[in-house]
Design a protein around this ligand. Structure first.
Ligand code: SF4
Length: 221
C-alpha cells in the first residue's frame, strides 16, 4: 500500500481532512471517528510520510512525546537540528528551559504531551511554508483527536499564528485565552523557549502565560 494511502486511511477513519499529493490538489475525505485508530498507527504513518519535500532531508520524523492522558498539549512549530537528530521535540537548551517552565507550574515533561506542527525539520530552521504546514497539520489534528487535551499551549509565533489562523504578532496573541476547534479547547499562546533564551526579559510575560494555563487547568479540574 502507498505510504500516502496508509496515512489517508488512518486520518480518514478519524474524520480528519486529508491532503493528497496528486496534482497538489486538496481532497477532503469523508469519515467518522474510529476507535480503531491508535497512537502507534498514527506514528507509523508519520514515520513513513513522504508527502512534502521535507522528508528528503530528515534524519527521522519527530512525532511527539509525553503522556497519552495529558491534560496539556504543547505545540511548537517544527523540529530543529537537535530534534531531528534525537527524534524528540523541544530538546537542547530550549527543551531544558521548557522543562523548567513546566516545573514552575508543578508539571513534568512526562505529564504533558509535546508536539510540533511539522514533523520534519525545515532546512536551516527556516519557517514552515504554508503548503508544508497544510500537508502536515492532519497529523497534529490526529494527535489532538486521540489526546483530547483540556488546554493547548502554542509556543512561538508560527505555532500561534497557524493554530489561530491569525497574522497578529505573538506579543498580541499571548496573555489571553482563545477557544480552539469544534470542541472549544482553551488555547493559550506564549513565547517559544528559544526566543526566551535570546530575550530573557520576556520571561516575565511567559510566566504570566503559564499562570493562565495553570489557572485554566485548575478551573477545569
Ligand atoms: S513534514 Fe509532515 S507532511 Fe512533510 S514529509 Fe514530514 S511528516 Fe510528511
Amino acid at each position: 500500500m502507498r505510504v500516502a494511502g496508509i496515512r489517508d486511511q488512518y486520518l480518514e477513519a478519524m474524520g480528519i481532512p486529508v491532503w493528497v499529493s496528486r496534482g497538489q490538489e486538496q481532497a477532503e475525505l469523508p469519515g467518522s471517528a474510529s476507535p480503531d485508530v491508535d497512537w502507534d498507527q498514527l506514528q507509523a504513518a508519520v514515520r513513513d510520510c513522504t508527502l512534502c519535500g521535507l522528508h528528503r532531508r530528515r534524519t527521522q520524523t519527530v512525532f511527539g512525546v509525553g503522556s497519552h492522558d495529558a491534560d496539556l498539549l504543547i505545540i511548537g512549530e517544527a523540529p530543529g537540528a537537535e530534534e531531528d537528530r534525537r527524534g524528540e521535540p523541544f530538546v537542547g537548551r530550549a527543551g531544558q528551559l521548557l522543562n523548567a517552565m513546566l516545573g514552575a507550574i508543578q508539571l513534568t515533561r512526562d505529564e504533558v504531551y509535546i508536539a510540533n506542527i511539522l514533523k520534519c525539520q525545515p532546512p536551516n530552521n527556516r519557517d514552515p511554508k504554508p503548503e508544508e504546514a497544510a500537508t502536515c497539520t492532519p497529523y497534529l489534528e490526529g494527535q489532538m483527536k486521540l489526546l483530547r487535551p483540556r488546554v493547548i499551549l502554542a509556543l512561538g509565533r508560527i505555532a500561534a499564528q497557524l493554530l489561530l489562523q491569525s497574522d497578529s504578532p505573538i506579543g498580541r496573541l499571548r496573555g489571553k485565552e482563545f477557544s480552539f476547534g469544534e470542541e472549544g479547547t482553551p488555547l493559550v499562546a506564549s513565547y517559544h523557549p528559544a526566543y526566551l533564551l535570546r530575550s530573557p526579559s520576556a520571561k516575565t510575560k511567559a510566566w504570566e502565560d503559564l499562570l493562565l494555563v495553570r489557572q485554566i487547568l485548575r478551573i477545569q479540574s
